[in-house]
Every structure is written in C-alpha cells, then in structure tokens.
Design a binder for this molecule. Structure first.
Ligand code: NCD
Length: 315
C-alpha cells in the first residue's frame, strides 16, 4: 500500500470528506481489488487492530461486507446487534459503546436509526468511527462504492450524468450519493414523485425531474432506490402499484431510449416495484459489481483510518 495518509479521522459522512481523500480511498480500493482476485485473499494489514460492528438497525449486505472486509485485513472482529443486547434493558448509546471500548477496541462501525448518532459517538469516544448508515442522513461507504463502480464501468465519474430515482426524501444513500458524485465532478439529477423529493433538494446542486422518461433521456447512469416504507409515517403516494407504473424501471422503458445506460441499485431490491426483474438481471445492470466493489471500498476505508490512527498515537 502507498504511503499517503487520509485527512479524515473518522468516516462520518461524505460531507466532511475531501475529494483528495475520496481519490485516495479509490486508489487503495484498486489495490485491494487485486488482493481479492488472488487465491489467498487475506492480508495482515490490520493484525492487532480490533473492530466492533455495532448495529442498531437491521442489515444484511452492509454488515456482512464490513465483517468480511475486516477479516480479509486480519483484524479482530466483534459483532454487536441491538436486538440481542442491554440496549433493550435501557442502557444509553454512550454506555453501550464505552463498555465495548473498555475491551480495547480501536474502531467502531455503526449503523443507527438516528441521524447524527455516529457523529455524537465520534465526539465522545477514543476510537475511529465509521458510519454504516445513520437513519435518513448518510451512508458514506455506499456512496463511495457507487461512485467507484461508475468509475470502473465508465472510466471516470467527472462529467457523467447520474440520475438517482425513487424515495430521495427518506434515503441516506441518496444524500451521500449526491454529495459524493458532486465532489467528483459528476452532474446529478433526481427523479421521483414530488412528495418523495425534499423541498430543498435543488439547493444541493441537482437537477429535478418528476417524469422518469424525461430523466432517462438525460442520464448516462441511473441509481434506482427502494421505497423506504419503514421510514414513512404516512402515505406519500396512493399505492405501490401506481408508484411502479410511473417510476418503475422496465425493459420496455430502457429499450425505448436511443442509448444504453448503466443501471445501479444499492439493494435490497423490491423486484417489480422500482425495478423489473429483467432489468435487474440484465447486462446493463452492475448491481452485483457494486456488492463486489463494496468489499474493496470498505477494506480501503478501514485500512486508511486504522493506519492514520496508529500513526497519530505513535506520534
Ligand atoms: C441501503 C440502506 O440500508 O440504506 N441498503 C444498503 O445499505 N445496502 C438502502 C436501502 O435499504 O434501501
């Protein structure tokens, strides 16, 4: 690995990450991708580093991806999930995490339903914190792996027109993607029913569409998001069937374009709602590549933060 070091002490969001740091994460991920293509995929880079994965919200792919990334780097790993813990007995977030840190943990990867929870933690504990999704706020490693996958597929992110469609309002993937893609020089558009687009969204420097067909004519890449039903406390649209009719991405719609666009989705997919199965499984979709790249990106983030922390402690 190179000698350059990351400026950020934690990965809390894309908002506080510089374009240089993003570039460094990508270059480091390139090297880890090479490692992952070898018959022996494990490197000793994080031997003696202990990482706690602290998940207060359900997760499959993000938790597995972080855990595998940590294991590939030879870190010691402990997993904590809120549903089987003392949180249910009324313990505070800070007490829970301080108890974990008392076991000499160096890094905490946290998913939490409250926006800002990892930021709060980073201010109060002596460990590097990685945000694995904080409510409707940010999901920085997802945005990094999405931008990295676009860079891999199209050669560069700068100048590309990327459309994010669906439930922009309740999606942490949307906000982190908008911030990340804009920092890397892409043009970003959002598309969805007016009730699912935040009022201030254009202030983030994005184009806004309500008609999927028009937005598709503009973009090179579409990142299709899931309707976050678990975060919606009243009805934002009449029915999933109607949503699907207006905003579902289908083969017929893609075939009506005079170009081939790249299709992405962070998962989990609701097949037949935001994305039809034939599109999800088509050659235009890079959905499984995103999952594959997620591993290299998370290895890069953990490695760079751990190295920075070790150097800061030594100095
Ligand atoms: C996303 C999430 O949890 O925010 N999924 C993920 O991290 N793989 C998107 C979603 O749940 O729709």
């Amino acid at each position: 690995m190179g000698e350059q070091s990351i400026q950020a002490q934690h990965l809390l969001g894309i908002r506080n990450l510089s374009a240089e740091d993003i570039g460094l994460i990508f270059e480091t991920a390139d090297q880890f991708k090479e490692v992952l293509a070898r018959p022996i995929k494990k490197v000793p880079s994080l031997r003696d580093i202990t990482i706690a994965n602290v998940f207060f919200e359900n997760s499959t792919r993000t938790r597995l991806s972080f855990e595998l990334a940590e294991k590939r780097l030879s870190a010691d790993v402990i997993n904590f999930s809120a549903s089987s813990s003392s949180v249910k007995k009324g313990e505070t977030l800070l007490d829970t995490v301080n108890n974990i840190l008392a076991m000499k943990v160096d890094m905490v990867v946290m998913r939490h339903p409250s926006p800002g929870a990892p930021h709060f933690l980073a201010r109060h504990i002596d460990a590097a914190v990685v945000n694995a999704g904080d409510g409707t706020h940010e999901h920085p490693t997802q945005a990094l792996l999405d931008a990295y996958s676009i860079r891999e597929k199209l050669g560069d992110v700068a100048g590309r027109k990327v459309l994010i469609s669906g439930d922009i309002m309740h999606s942490r993937v949307a906000l982190s993607n908008i911030l990340c893609l804009r920092k890397l020089g892409a043009e970003v558009g959002v598309c969805g029913p007016p009730t699912l687009l935040p009022k201030y969204v254009s202030e983030l420097g994005v184009k806004v569409w309500y008609e999927l067909r028009e937005a598709l004519a503009w973009c090179d890449v579409i990142n299709v998001l899931r309707i976050q039903l678990e975060r919606q406390h009243f009805r934002y649209f009449p029915s999933l069937r109607e949503y699907s009719l207006y905003y579902g991405l289908t083969k017929t719609l893609l075939d009506s374009l005079d170009k081939e666009i790249v299709v992405m989705h962070p998962g989990p997919i609701n097949r037949g709602v935001e994305l039809s199965s034939d599109v999800a499984d088509s050659g235009q979709s890079i959905i499984l590549k995103q999952v594959e790249n997620g591993l290299a990106i998370r290895m890069a983030v953990l490695y760079l933060l751990a190295i920075r922390r070790t150097a800061a402690k030594a100095g």
